[in-house]
Design a protein. Sequence first.
Length: 273
Amino acid sequence: MGKFDGILICTDLDGTLYKNDKTVSPENREAIEYFKREGGAFTFITGRLPYYSVDAYNAARPNVPFGCGNGGGVYDGAVGKYVWKCIISREVLDLVECIDRSFPTVGIQVCTFDRTYFAKECSIMPHFRARTGLPNLVMNYREVEEPIAKILFVTDSEEDMTGVEKTLRDHPLGYKFDFIRSERTLFEILPKGVDKGLLLSKIVEYLRLDMKKTIAVGDYYNDVPMLRAARVGIAVSNACPAARDAADFITVSNEENAIAAVIRDLESGRLGI
């Protein structure tokens, strides 16, 4: 029996587990391995989909399935398959067309469960591909026949970002979907009711664990549902105001080995699980 048996820690990646240079610190890595050796379940929930999560998977080294697509799927990296996923309605393409017509400089990505299609280029899309390693698969959004996981709009204009969100929420079909700003330059359409909080519950259900023994750690708007769903929600000190407000505790920053600090606080009894 290990001292962390039955406990699940679920973290965000960028701005939380990752340092600013997109690495996992030796201190975090050592603490995570200790947590797992003592019976703990460790994983991450990310906006990435599995086909561009290989580096994240190898860096985080989860010992249970991870959440992906900001709510769209649970993926078992050990066997290379989804254990749960949610397909977005193709009515979403009407919203995409509306944004396409209204915002000529906003990029559009259609994310399926196996690949990303670049449906409309923009000035910062090459940077996105360089960062993620995704191939430049070009296809009109109306021509994508595979089941769709989510839609991404890409812009570095705050004015356009605000306009995209308002336009989507005001659209006659907007009530059928959920929307989230997942990074400064990314705005997403997700299936209704799908978010990181749902994924946390799906992982717990799959592993037959207890939600009362869950810890979630995050930093951004899309982490808020996960922080609220967990027994203990923890925001890193560099988190946005919404994440800080949703959290039960504030820990150190992502540059100060936040996950190692959480595991120390768990072991000391400060977190009360």
